[in-house]
Design a protein around this ligand. Structure first.
Ligand code: NHV
Length: 878
């Protein structure tokens, strides 16, 4: 590789004039005619090796998803079918296709096939010649094929090897079992593969160890040279000046002279068409240089300085300004390649610094500390290839819809598709990216580490241009496991030592050095959590915490307020998905906690007993399974809201609340706030409320109620009105107070304190709630916060009927709710999967009218879909 960097100090006037001159004297020439991209996704067939039956294959896809499509395998989500499809992982599979090329196409100087993702172990043949062997689903491969292509018919053949058979010898060589408890097979083989860990099962995951072509395949023709990669490196960014380094990798067919040109423009609203000519590029802010290309790969860099850049801001802080950067290669007066990068200019730093409490853990964007409001994301499909553009749009609608500004891509899944980060760029969501390792020790031999190295380089380069990408993290809970999960009792001291050494080699040496070399702008941490462990609250003053004291540690929700971490990167609570989702996989005779089918859809061994334990703590025992499911949703929602609010109130000591987990990869009982069919659980509505950019919070402490304003905005919000109402569950409003308050910019603070004794007597507490809300100067309600003195099993909830009146329209129903007495956590059910609600799980105060809008393309004005409502008092007979 030739490294030829021009050290221009800045995109200076002189340089710019020189380049303009250069462009103006050259004739305008169009892009080379023979540059062409052909999809090779079509017309594939697949078969079990040595079988005679061939099925057509949908690409991107997997063996299992196609066998389901052809009816060879049953729907794995239904009933207990998961076990019936496991045999597939033990077999090898062949894929084949033919494609026809013309003499014209073969006239181009060079051709390569781009396999964006092969899962995982494969041999690839073109016209009988082996062109590629793969061992890592996370790496795309560009394979030169010019010499093998023919006019007329060409044949591609890929043999995928069973990941099980492929890795079994490795296990035998090691002679011991890795502690990969989430790998749902006796032999823990997932550690040897570089394949999505969650394919092997998880404590919310179905096991489908897939094989196949999971990302697109294209055939690419080009002339003279191609741009392999273009990195718009943001060396430093302030509101005065952005120092950009244009780093370009060019693959050239011959040694030749060339001009490389760079340009940029601020294209906020839409992505303008890419300039195809030098003239078009010249219209933009542009710069360039003359270079000598060597045959093969060439690396060049040229700085650009942008004065007074329009900064990209996280959501609620300002606009997500996006620039388009272009790179162009010109050879013999001909534009041979153009590439564009759309990104925002910003600085992001992770601040881990010793302070009076311990060690901080927060992010600073454009120099300002940000409280991270968000979640952990897992792949949303067990069939990873099904994550299409619509999928990403939906997940980000849900992220934005719950007022989040931060998402962690967790290490048991995949490095996400570009569309994920593009959505985050456009919406102002910061992304924490784990490298794909989680919850087990891993090998660290040379072959393994080299495989990891290639994977890391590929994915750092693939993702580094995204403005939203904030942080790299080596793994999920590997060090925590080594230190605290009792692995030592199963292996020798020597093996433990090897695992610790391997940890250092991979996560403290290899990965940070690659992040430094190929990114060079973002912070990296060896793993999450950094140091603390949920069983050791004395460490909570340092770094991030996965606080599983709630749930595994059986602590009440209230307890999290008294053990705030500096940054909560995981904490969560399980619930069942609502009945309409359960109905998709279980018949009514299976609607029991421990039925065979429900157990297949509850992968956490202690899950059901923990839900029951907490329900005993907070609720009267429900009458039946359906009420149990409903109460579980409500408990998760209200409990998690309480925990998250405590964290947000607790800034700046605590600077992040990323709950576990937003989504599911199939219909299952889990910690998610949205189920597989895109039904928001109660938790997601409550996250939306507590994460509102300007939210009201309340803390009960030492006989007082402290009201907080919690604001993300970078400006103070003054002249807000706080209204506090004392409401009896049956008779309604008893007292009302109002107060003018403010919300400090980017902060949480107490704005009003009441002595509880001044508001209610001890005996009133069981049937009184405090309803508080904030309004702006125009009287618009900004945030509402209801406070109950107890959980429902200690409340005297009145029996009451919620009356509904419904307006039916195509695609939208409006339901108005009314009750003469308090109805707690009113759940509006409609048997339409994925229907969207303006709100749900609502505390309906006496004689309060609330209208909820439900939207779904499946709703019709004429054929009225039935709607039912349920509230907490209806779940027990006492
Ligand atoms: O169990 C829920 C989630 C997992 O799905 C996921 O791997 O990283 N969870 C729990 C924990 N971490 C994570 C914490 N781990 C333990 C808790 C209690 C005992 C041992 C381990 C996520």
């Amino acid at each position: 590789m030739v490294i030829f960097a021009i050290k221009a100090k800045k995109h200076s006037q002189g340089m710019y004039r020189l380049f303009s001159l250069l462009l103006s004297v050259m004739p305008i020439l169009m892009m080379a005619q023979n540059s062409e991209v052909i999809s090779l996704n079509e017309d594939w067939q697949f078969s079990k090796v040595n079988d005679t039956v061939w099925y057509d294959a949908a690409i991107p896809g997997s063996v299992q998803s196609d066998l389901i499509r052809h009816g060879v395998l049953p729907d794995p989500f239904y009933g207990t079918n998961e076990k019936d499809i496991q045999w597939v992982e033990d077999e090898d599979w062949d894929y084949r296709k033919t494609f026809v090329l013309s003499a014209d196409q073969l006239n181009s100087d060079d051709a390569y096939i781009f396999f964006e993702g092969l899962d995982t172990h494969s041999d690839v043949f073109l016209n009988g010649a082996m062109i590629l062997q793969t061992e890592n689903m996370f790496i795309g491969h560009k394979v030169p094929v010019k010499n093998l292509l023919k006019v007329g018919e060409n044949k591609l053949h890929i043999r995928f090897y069973s990941p099980i058979n492929r890795m079994m010898p490795a296990r035998e060589t090691f002679g011991y079992e890795y502690p990969a408890g989430n790998d749902h097979r006796e032999e823990k083989l997932s550690v040897y593969n570089r394949k999505a860990p969650y394919h092997f099962g998880w404590d919310w995951g179905i096991r489908i160890v897939q094989m196949g072509i999971w990302k697109p395949v294209t055939l690419n023709f080009y002339n003279k040279a191609r741009i392999e990669d273009y990195y718009v490196k943001q060396s430093s960014v302030t509101s005065e000046k952005a120092n950009i380094n244009n780093i370009i990798e060019i693959y050239s067919i011959e040694n030749t002279n060339a001009t490389i040109a760079f340009g940029y423009s601020l294209n906020d609203k839409k992505h303008n068409s890419i300039p195809q000519t030098k003239e078009e590029l010249k219209q933009l802010q542009s710069t360039g240089m003359e270079v000598k290309l060597q045959k093969g790969n060439n690396l060049f860099s040229l700085p650009t300085i942008i004065e007074n850049p329009h900064l990209w801001m996280p959501v609620n802080w300002g606009e997500q300004h996006l620039y388009d950067f272009y790179a162009m290669v010109i050879i013999d007066d001909e534009v041979v390649a153009v590439k564009d990068v759309r990104t925002g200019l910003r600085s992001i730093r992770h601040i881990a610094k010793e302070d009076e409490h311990g060690k901080s853990y927060y992010f600073e964007v454009n120099g300002v500390p940000i409280f991270a409001k968000g979640t952990n994301y897992i792949p949303g499909e067990i069939f990873t290839h099904k994550q299409d553009t619509q999928f990403y749009e939906t997940i980000f609608d849900n992220i934005s819809g719950a007022n989040m500004n931060f998402v962690r891509v967790w290490g048991g899944g995949i490095y996400e598709n570009e569309e994920f980060y593009r959505q985050a760029d456009e919406r102002g969501i910061l992304v924490w990216q784990d490298f794909i390792f989680g919850c087990t020790a891993y090998p660290s031999d040379d072959f393994f580490l080299n495989n990891v190295k290639q994977e890391a380089i590929y994915n750092i380069k693939r993702l580094r241009n995204h403005a939203s990408l904030a942080y790299w993290c080596g793994n999920n809970e590997v060090l925590e496991g080594l230190n605290y999960w009792g692995w030592r009792k199963d292996v020798t001291d020597e093996i433990m030592d090897q695992w610790f050494e391997g940890y250092n080699k991979t996560f403290r040496e290899l990965l940070p050095s690659l992040v430094d070399e190929f990114d060079g702008t973002r912070n990296y941490v060896h793993g999450s959590p950094d140091l603390a462990n949920w069983g050791r609250p004395e460490l909570f003053n340092t770094g991030d915490v996965h606080d599983w004291g709630l749930w595994y540690g059986e602590l009440p929700f209230e307890a999290l307020a008294d053990r705030l971490p500096r940054f909560a990167s995981e904490f969560g609570f399980q619930s069942f998905p609502e009945m309409k989702t359960i109905r998709t996989f279980a018949e009514p005779d299976q609607w029991e906690l421990e039925s065979e089918v429900m157990q297949v859809h509850q992968k956490a061994s202690t899950g059901n007993s923990l839900i029951k334990k907490y329900m005993d703590m907070y609720y009267h025992e429900p009458d039946n399974f359906e009420d149990f499911v409903y109460l579980g949703l409500v408990m998760q929602g209200n409990g998690m809201e309480e925990s998250v609010e405590a964290m947000r109130r607790g800034r700046p000591y605590c600077m992040g609340a990323l709950y576990w987990q937003i989504n599911d990869s199939w219909p299952v009982v889990s910690w998610s706030s949205i189920d597989y069919y895109n039904n928001w659980k109660a938790q997601h509505y409550r996250m939306r409320d507590v994460f509102a950019p300007l939210a009201l919070g309340v803390e009960a402490k030492d006989g007082k109620l402290n009201y907080y304003t919690m604001s993300d905005y970078l400006h103070d919000s003054n002249n807000l009105k706080l209204t506090v109402r004392i409401i009896d569950f049956s008779t309604g409003l008893k007292k009302e107070f109002t107060e003018v308050v403010s919300a400090k910019a980017n902060d949480s603070k107490i704005v009003k304190t009441y002595n509880i004794a001044d508001l209610v007597s001890e005996s009133e507490k069981a049937h009184t709630m405090i309803n508080a809300f904030l309004t702006d100067s125009k009287g618009n309600k900004i945030s509402q916060k209801d406070y109950f003195f107890y959980w429902p099993n200690k409340l005297e909830l009145p029996e009451t009927e919620v009356k509904t009146s419904i307006k039916y329209a195509d695609g939208e129903y409006n339901i108005t709710l009314l009750s003469s007495k308090l109805a707690k956590d009113v759940f509006i059910e409609i048997p339409v999967l994925g229907a969207q609600y303006s709100d749900n799980f609502i505390d309906l105060m006496p004689n309060e009218k609330i209208t909820v809008t439900i939207t779904s393309p499946e709703l019709k004005r004429t054929s009225k879909t039935p709607i039912t409502v349920k509230h907490v008092r209806e779940t027990y007979n006492k």
